[in-house]
Design a binder for this molecule. Structure first.
Ligand SMILES: [Zn+2]
Length: 409
């Protein structure tokens, strides 16, 4: 990203647990962890909007003079990926590899600055298994026998390892609800909807999450101190995060469907493994709908970055279309939105051709907008109003649009 003169203001970002817009806590380095994709439907616009939100934060932090250490995981082995591979007759490794490649090229097309560490579960299996063993040794985990449906049809399957939320509440600074603020009834519903198994017999608490799933016939598995199997979802982020960052980090981000259980329970694992809070702040991007419903793999109502690009849409227009919505808002993707993005790009490009060396003070105003909870709609409106007023841009403004909004005119 191009360096701009002076320094931008320190970013303030909405924190879900407190419900307040607060300064991002930066020690020596701004440590960011954003939960990554499960690689089987890369990259729909809902995902693109989420990673663009934290790309904007990344840019604003750098512009404010901070060094950023950004970690993102990729859930390259998990139930939805395995189910999709099975349904399409593909090897799950080939599916993951091709989708990760597609995701990377989509992010590059959208000019998302890559994270410092982009880490897969498969490459982290040994570390995750070792963490599961530690949780077991230290009284944070217990075995649940596999019976009936839970065994995947194998009555002799080894037991699965679960995390004991009550132990975490007793022994660590973490408590259930501290991040999501949800009541228990809502947690139970969301757990069932989002990969949990509250109805499974043998668990101490229906909300206790899976740490390690013993091998089932036809599923990938790795030898480990906690038996042959594969990791649960939340522990993956706790361990991958801890390998590269020192908790508490500045901010754990992701889509708003990760508020519970994913972020809440990753934080529980992290507190049990380190004795510390995982993050100073939790930030969530809104959901993007298509045809009246949230874009999601289960509903199949997805629009993809790669499909739009293949249809000849300039990736800068896609970026501008996404930036026109505040990152926390839930909104619906429409053809009209994209048309507005294409037209805006064309106005901006032709405006940029008249740039001169004079200072027009737009940089300062752009910085103000973006450091205030990443107000990208405000930033876009600012540029639009300059164009509408007939003013001539400075070359500095064109550089600022490139550095802060990621749009090279
Ligand atoms: Zn995560």
């Amino acid at each position: 990203m191009p360096r701009l003169p002076g320094r931008g203001g320190h970013p303030h970002v909405f924190d879900t647990p407190s419900g307040e817009v607060r300064p991002v806590v930066v020690d020596e380095v701004a440590q960011l962890y954003v939960c990554g994709i499960t690689p089987y439907d890369a990259t729909h616009l809902g995902h693109a909007a989420t990673y663009l939100a934290y790309d904007t934060l990344n840019r604003v932090l750098r512009d404010a003079g901070h060094r950023v250490d950004y970690v993102q995981n990729v859930t390259d082995v998990d139930d939805p990926l395995l189910e999709r591979a099975k349904a399409t007759g593909t090897d799950w490794r080939d599916l993951a590899e091709s989708q990760i490649e597609l995701y990377r090229s989509d992010m590059e097309a959208l000019r998302i600055i890559p994270p410092e560490h982009y880490v897969g579960v498969v490459e982290s299996i040994a570390a995750i298994a070792a963490a599961c063993q530690r949780l077991l040794d230290e009284g944070f985990a217990y075995w649940v026998e596999a019976t009936g449906d839970d065994s995947g049809g194998a009555p002799d399957a080894a037991p699965d390892l679960y995390f004991d939320l009550a132990a975490a509440e007793d022994l660590t600074p973490w408590h259930l609800g501290q991040e999501s603020g949800l009541d228990r009834a809502t947690m139970l519903v969301l757990s069932a909807e989002r990969g949990g198994d509250p109805g499974r017999p043998g668990k101490r608490d229906p909300l206790d999450p899976l740490l390690w799933r013993a091998e089932r016939s036809g599923e990938p598995a790795w030898d480990s101190p906690v038996g042959r199997g594969r990791p649960g979802w939340h522990v993956e982020c706790s361990v991958i995060g801890a390998q590269h960052l020192d908790s508490p980090i500045a901010l754990n981000g992701g889509g708003s469907d990760l508020v519970f259980p994913h972020h809440e329970l990753s934080a529980a694992h992290s507190a049990a493994l380190t004795g510390r809070d995982w993050s100073h702040s939790y930030s969530h991007a809104g959901m993007v709908a298509l045809d009246g419903e949230k874009m999601s793999k289960s509903k199949g109502n997805l629009e993809f970055v790669s499909r739009l690009v293949a249809d000849g849409v300039d990736p800068r227009a896609i970026r501008l279309t996404l930036l026109a919505h505040h990152y926390r808002a839930d909104w619906e993707w429409t053809d009209g939105d994209l048309t507005a993005g294409v037209e805006r790009l064309s106005r901006w490009v032709s405006w940029a051709t008249s740039a001169t060396g004079a200072d027009d003070r737009v940089l300062e105003l752009l910085r103000d907008r973006l450091s205030d909870d990443l107000d990208t709609p405000g930033a876009l409106a600012l540029i639009d109003s300059k164009i509408a007023s007939g003013s001539t841009p400075s070359t500095g403004t064109i550089a600022a649009i490139d550095a802060l909004l990621g749009i090279r005119l």
